[in-house]
Design a protein around this ligand. Structure first.
Ligand SMILES: *[C@@H]1O[C@H](CO)[C@@H](O)[C@H](O)[C@H]1NC(C)=O
Length: 304
């Protein structure tokens, strides 16, 4: 086939290209061996470069695979486990937020679907949240300390198994057994609603002798909050503890609610006395709505 045949097929617009092709053909014919040699060199260099790049990216891929393999249970040598143990390795990412209070953040602890499911379960049963009665109180009075709405849910109430799965995961995260757990308390804070600073534990001087004490609290934020609604610890690292603190103020270490994130803090020291720095509140919601589920964990088994 002659180049002119090809050239004939070109539309007039493409004629310049056709000419360039012809010219290239012509120059190759003229340059002969040196041009071919140069071509071969270029091919060789290009081939060398691309193969070294590929091997590097393969190394990266295998690095990821290596890490990926370590992340699932197959990569670890499992230990023989007891009757109540697991035949897999659990990995639950967390960040230490603070040691005073002892507080830990668990990003993406629950899925958005799980969060929506819990909200839907709770929505129809919301009642004004109550406060635990102090020694000197005989009945619940209308109060401005805790203005959220809430309801209690047990894992066994949820036929889908979602609450069960969440509770199981909380047990793995806290390493505290489910036999010590109160029911889930789902809370909704609307615009302006809040919970003034308080302890989750019950100091006997205010509440009388306790049969069991709250050791730790695990929150799962079920919604994002546009503004406000943080969990705040005004005594963080010993600040504001001189007795002048206004419990309605929202200051100190603040944790912003994000849908699906978990948050754990301890109300007791390792020696089982109450940690005053665990004092915390829920800041007023400024914009949006806050949904959160609380799991209080006791130092004794059920029933409390
Ligand atoms: C318990 O531990 C805390 C913090 O380490 C300490 O300040 C407190 O004195 C201890 N209380 C008792 C009764 O040992």
């Amino acid at each position: 086939m002659s180049t002119s045949r090809i050239f004939d097929d070109y539309t007039p617009k493409m004629k310049t290209k056709g000419r360039a092709y012809l010219y290239w053909n012509y120059s190759r014919a003229k340059l002969g061996f040196p041009a071919v040699f140069l071509f071969c060199c270029l091919f060789f260099i290009a081939g060398f470069l691309s193969s070294s790049l590929r091997s590097q990216s393969q190394k990266e891929v295998s690095g990821v695979r290596q890490r990926g393999r370590q992340l699932d249970s197959v990569g670890y040598d499992l230990m023989a486990h007891g009757k109540t143990g697991d035949d897999s390795i659990s990995i639950i990412p967390f960040q230490v937020i603070s040691w005073r209070p002892r507080a830990f953040y668990f990003p993406k602890f629950a899925t958005p679907e799980q969060c929506r499911h819990i909200i839907n379960m709770a929505r129809s049963n919301l009642e004004p949240s109550k406060l635990a009665l102090r020694k000197e109180e005989s009945e619940h009075k209308p109060q401005d300390v805790r203005t959220s709405m809430g309801t209690f849910l047990s894992a066994s109430q949820d036929g889908t198994g979602i609450l069960d799965a969440i509770e199981e995961k909380i047990a793995k995260a806290t390493k505290l057994p489910r036999s010590h757990y109160e029911d889930f308390n789902v809370l909704r804070y609307e615009l302006g609603q809040k919970y003034d600073s308080h302890l989750d534990a019950f100091p006997p001087e205010h509440y009388g002798p306790q049969k069991s004490q709250r050791v730790a609290t695990f929150l799962v934020y079920l919604s994002d909050v546009e503004e406000g609604g943080e969990t705040a610890f005004p005594y963080e690292n010993g600040l504001n503890m001189d007795g002048s603190f206004d419990f309605k103020k929202c200051i100190g270490l603040k944790v912003k609610p994000r849908m699906g994130d978990g948050f754990l803090f301890y109300s007791l020291y390792p020696n089982n006395t109450i940690d005053p720095i665990s004092l915390h509140g829920s800041c007023p919601v400024i914009k949006g709505e806050k949904w959160v589920v609380t799991k209080w964990i006791r130092d004794q088994q059920r029933p409390f």
